[in-house]
Design a protein around this ligand. Sequence first.
Ligand code: ADP
Ligand code: ZN
Length: 308
Amino acid sequence: MSTPLLGGVEAGGTKVVCAIGTGPDDIRHRATIPTTTPVRTLAEVIEFFSEHARRGQAVTALGVASFGPLDLDPASPQYGHITSTTKPGWAGTDIAGLLGRRLAVPVALDTDVNGAAYGEARWGAARGLHNAVYLTVGTGIGGGAVVAGRPLRGLIHTEMGHLHVQRHPDDSYRGGCPFHGDCVEGLASGPALAARLGRPAQDAGPDTSAVVAMQAFYLAQLITAITYLLSPQRIVLGGGVAQLPGLLDAVRAETVTRLGNALDAAAFTDDVDRYLTAPGLDDMSGVLGALGMAADLADSTRTAATPP
Ligand code: ADP
Ligand code: ZN
């Protein structure tokens, strides 16, 4: 029997990436759809999967890794909805329910960063590891975790980008988080960097050493906190801002300094280049993680349907 086709959707604040396939080496179709209104955007997502279904390439399950906040409590009447997002028009969108009903497939939903963490743990830079974290530093800062092989869930989901950090002594920027001002997202996301520089992060210019040092100062504090809280086997650093030349190495060095010789820090610092690493799936971590979630859902549905 051939492997059933699966669908993956990574829903981000600016674009939605859709894929049909069975894994990273077998992506049959892919589409990128701009994130506008929920009605328009989700109609395009539905059309992408419907069109391929009409051509005999229907997916048996769909994984959705979405921006949030999300209601992930299966017992909640709002399960599968995007909840209190500041993204205009999207609060209250039943993203999982809508896609599942219109495409008539089971849907696995998680956050975009949990999806990316799962993708990296299943197929990417954290392959074979049971405990790993994916951090994105882009328009916002967020972190997802795989713990004991599963994306981490709690009462809701993690919000690692909203941790508070010590301010850099030379930083006069007040912080741009709409909720907290100077949490780590407020101080070290792409927009924070742009607000300090007066131009987008990717146009930081030839001498980025001060920018990189300040970013590393903030991100290493987040990574130190994650290290102490979760003790992951690997942390994958993704997102647009992580492309800043020299940033990854500066974050590694600052993290080694911060963890110092305390406790068993050597477990992380001795091979910090492996502990803190770039994504192995480039910009496909999220959508591939969603595909992996769909694969697990298809497996569990099949197992449940098999008579004893
Ligand atoms: P999003 O977080 O919206 O999903 P990205 O991860 O691409 O998307 O992050 C976008 C942010 O990253 C923007 O603030 C942008 O200025 C910044 N950015 C994108 N490319 C680079 C780059 N090469 N160097 C530094 N910053 C970048
Ligand atoms: Zn915040």
